[in-house]
Design a protein. Structure first.
Length: 234
């Protein structure tokens, strides 16, 4: 019998209810989902189905109203904010649709920023940032600023930033949403290669069926619940 420790992410009967005045809006309604270590999963569903909320809770950026979330067997519901931050820094990297790069910093310094926040020494974090840029094929653009890069290149920098701490899990919210088809395909090839070569568990929220089909499994949400799952690559 498999335990939580066999999975990168386990969400069990998770509810997330937002309140506006006296009105309650349930974004997740008893959602249960497990993602195995090394798996690449896409999350699809109409707007308002709970995709981004799921990603935020899986990434410990937000807490569920009720239910249980575990990361590699660690029950996060038992952790205070400080311990939760440690788990997030240790296990999880993030990529968002908006690149969130700082224009006055070089690509290298943008990528190294998460390590700077952790207090990693300058030389060590710059070496790690350069390795992360190599993973996305941008090591020769290390000294360029975001304004000197194309949209596809900026998203690659954002992916490198998400990978710089070598997380075991990468969560990506619409990572190709602002890109044309050619760049979107290139980004997915990079993510797939990272998944295969590093064994990184990747969860991608997307509206694009062609992007979703490059993953191992497609999970469809509706009204805050898992509506269906399709396994594409065992």
């Amino acid at each position: 019998m498999e335990s939580d420790g066999d999975y990168a992410i386990v969400l069990e009967d998770v509810w997330k209810v937002y309140k506006t005045g006296k009105t309650e809006y349930p974004a997740l309604r008893g959602l249960t989902l497990s993602v195995k270590g090394g798996e690449m999963v896409s999350i699809m569903g109409p707007s308002g189905s709970g995709k981004s909320t799921l990603l935020h809770i899986a990434g410990t950026l937000d807490r569920p109203t009720k239910g249980r979330v575990s990361i590699y067997g660690i029950d996060t519901s038992r952790l205070d904010d400080s311990k939760l931050s440690e788990i997030r820094n240790r296990f999880i990297g993030f990529v968002f649709q908006s690149y969130n790069l700082i224009n006055r910093l070089s690509a290298l310094n943008n990528v190294s920023l998460p390590l700077a926040v952790r207090g990693v020494p300058l030389q060590e974090r710059q070496a790690a940032a350069l390795e992360a840029l190599k993973l996305v094929g941008l090591e020769h653009f290390a000294n360029k600023k975001p304004t000197e890069l194309s949209g596809g290149e900026q998203q690659r920098v954002a992916i490198a930033r998400g990978l710089v701490g070598r997380p075991r899990i990468l969560l990506a919210d619409e990572p190709t949403g602002n890109l044309d088809t050619k760049n979107a395909v290139a980004i997915m090839e990079i993510l797939r290669n990272i998944n295969k070569t590093l064994g990184t568990t990747i969860v991608i929220v997307t509206h694009n069926p062609e992007i979703a089909e490059k993953c191992d499994r497609i999970v469809r949400l509706r009204d805050g619940r898992v509506e269906s799952e399709v396994i594409l690559h065992a």
